[in-house]
Design a protein around this ligand. Structure first.
Ligand code: ASP
Length: 625
């Protein structure tokens, strides 16, 4: 065996009797064997100390000539270096230098009597030490096997494993069947850009990698599977973002013969079990919040309810002022229903004086206008309430006439700051939702993460609109996905609605639901359409001709016509769950072999070029220079 030096009995590897995290005072006097990596090395003249590391922890080894350390072994021990792979045998003794409270094994050490060097390492590019300054992430991704040796990364892998186990146990107990669905799938317009795979057998035909197993799980319900679950990989070729990976994992579920409430109850049970087992946290009953309320109060469909700074519509008061841009805005579509995207509105946020308003310096608030313009809004007007209870700065002088009403509606007090945005409903809502989160960060009212003792605010958002207009194309798009059913009480309205009747279409509410934790969507799902004609109407509304619908979805439409039961489901983002449990906001931390933001695997160097012969086989011509 190349590069391997044996000491002790060379024909018989010292197979471990224990792990490096296991030994305690109760083992003192026993002869044990350990295997692992040299985590640290200290030569103290006559004695050599090594911390040996495996997935379970660290154990201190002592090479001691007075306690089992023969001369040949003492010499060999002096040649050991960080990350060498060892097997040792020795006796557990009380730690001579006194206990190390930082280590679980800190009360003992091993007086080594046999040493096998299982593998010498080359000089490592860096050391897997959580406490040292780590090199740049890209460098660590290149040597992922070394980075994964860090105790923190091992803890994350372990937590992820535990999530799988708790999940499988819970859904098994509740009668769900785990079924695998294909990775080589059909290109279907589900929302994101797809990864395509050419097919060698039929020139010009392609598979797509699934964005989710959505239609397979629905077909499984038609197939009588009743309850399905899968921990599955999904693929979306979306633009890079820090908390996204093109390849990610969902906990995917579907149930037959249910309405919305049964799915939500099952999911609440799962959330409760998962948080209990992962962090001994008892999730209280989860509040349901209608989408419209979330948008009105928080300007977003995944509200972070850990802090206030709620948004208040002050359009009626604004109409009585002489602020020109308030008036102009309100005249836009003032006759439309309150929620429609084109209605003009004025919205305000009160930043309380006793919750950080003083931190909003002129410099900070001046930056709010360019900030909201990123979301299409014209600007933010800022007014302060001085110690005498009078408005100051900005549009203060135009608000005198409505002072009492504004004080009453917003609950104003001296020291407060008020931020106003005026625009169409959809722009003002979005801009205020983003501004609210920014103000929370600027004033320091965002609580610390749950892993550091902060609160966990769960919420189930319901009653989403079925459709919204795509900002760029102006076409209707499904807010969840095109297979989501109208809510029970909306079905008739949807069936009757004229597809040209914008106001009615915009008002139809779906049977979708999202689970939100501290402002992050952790799961989303819906009751599905199980009636073929309703499904066809949705496709029509989304701009598909009957021929296009048939080409893309004939298997679904057919399945729906052969006895499809009512069904619904949900999918949890598993990576996000693990991020949450482990207190990291880097999704790459929780994936064993992640990719960079541009989709590169720096260890294997994928994606990479292929030969012309391979391309020819696949009937593909490369346009790459
Ligand atoms: N397939 C959906 C998604 O990936 C989840 C669901 O509706 O169950 O978002």
């Amino acid at each position: 065996m190349l590069g391997v030096t044996f000491f002790g009995n060379p024909t018989n590897m010292l197979i471990r009797s224990n792990t490096c995290g296991e030994l305690r005072e109760s083992h003192i006097g026993q002869t044990i064997r350990l295997n692992g990596w040299v985590n640290s090395y200290r030569d103290h003249g006559s004695l050599v100390f090594i911390d040996l590391r495996d997935r379970n922890g660290l154990t201190q080894l002592v090479f001691d000539p007075d306690d089992g350390g023969a001369t040949e072994m003492m010499e060999a021990s002096r040649k050991l270096r960080n990350e060498d792979v060892l097997a040792i045998e020795g006796k557990v003794r009380a730690r001579v230098g006194g206990p190390n409270p930082k280590l679980e094994t800190g009360k003992i050490e091993i007086a080594v009597s046999k040493l096998e060097v299982l593998n010498k390492t080359d000089n490592p590019p860096f050391l897997p030490d959580d406490l040292a300054k780590l090199p740049a992430e890209e460098f660590r991704m290149q040597f992922r096997y070394i980075d994964l040796r860090r105790p923190r990364m091992q803890a994350i892998l372990t937590a992820r494993h535990k999530v799988y186990q708790v999940t499988r146990r819970y859904f098994d107990e509740n009668g769900f069947l785990e079924v695998e669905t294909p990775i080589l799938y059909k290109s279907t317009p589900e929302g994101a850009r797809e990864f395509l795979v050419p097919n060698r057998h039929l020139a010009g035909s392609w598979y797509a990698l699934p964005q989710s197993p959505q239609l397979f799980k629905q077909v499984l319900m038609v197939a009588g599977c009743d309850r399905y679950m899968q921990i599955c990989r999904c693929f979306r070729d979306e633009d890079p973002r820090a908390d996204r990976q093109a390849e990610f994992t969902q906990i995917d579920l579907e149930m037959s013969f249910v309405r919305r409430e049964q799915v939500m109850e099952m999911m609440e049970g799962y959330v409760r079990r998962l948080w209990k087992e992962m962090c001994n946290y008892d999730v209280p009953p989860i509040q349901r919040m209608p989408y419209r309320e979330a948008m009105e109060r928080f300007g977003i469909d995944r509200p972070d309810t850990r802090y206030g700074l709620e948004i208040i519509d002050i359009s009626a008061i604004a109409a009585k002022t002489d602020v020109a841009f308030f008036k102009e805005t309100l005249e836009k579509g003032a006759d439309r229903p309150a929620f429609t995207s084109k209605k003009g509105v004025v919205k305000a946020i009160r930043v309380p004086g006793d919750q950080g308003a003083e931190k909003l310096s002129r410099k900070i608030t001046d930056a709010y206008t360019p900030f909201v313009s990123g979301f299409g809004a014209g600007g933010v007007a800022v007014v302060k309430v001085n110690a005498a209870g009078e408005f100051e700065t900005g549009i203060a002088k135009f608000l005198t006439g409505v002072k009492a009403e504004l004080f009453d509606t917003l609950g104003l007090k001296p020291g407060d700051t008020v931020l106003f945005v005026a625009d169409t409903y959809s722009v003002a809502t979005k801009a205020m939702g983003e501004l609210r989160q920014k103000v929370a960060r600027d004033t320091g009212v965002v609580p610390k993460p749950a892993t550091e003792g902060g609160p966990r605010n769960f919420l189930i958002v319901v009653d989403f609109p079925m459709f919204e207009r795509n900002k760029d194309t102006g076409k209707w798009v499904a807010m969840h996905h095109p297979f989501t059913a109208p809510n029970d009480d909306q079905l008739q309205a949807f069936v009757k609605a004229d597809v040209e009747d914008e106001v009615t279409i915009e008002s139809i509410v779906s049977a979708g639901y999202d689970i939100v934790l501290n402002g992050q969507e952790i799961a989303g799902g819906s009751i599905r359409i199980h009636d073929k004609s309703v499904q066809s109407k949705v496709f029509q509304l989304l701009g598909m001709t009957p021929e296009q619908a048939k080409e893309k979805f004939s298997f679904l439409l057919e399945a729906l016509s052969y006895g499809a039961p009512p069904h619904g489901g949900i999918a949890f983002g598993l990576d996000r769950l693990v991020m949450n449990f482990m207190g990291t906001d880097n999704i790459r931390d929780v994936i064993a072999f992640p990719k960079t933001q541009t989709g590169a695997d720096l260890m294997t160097k994928a994606p990479s070029s292929v030969t012309d012969a391979q391309l020819k086989d696949l009937h593909v011509k490369s346009l790459a220079p």
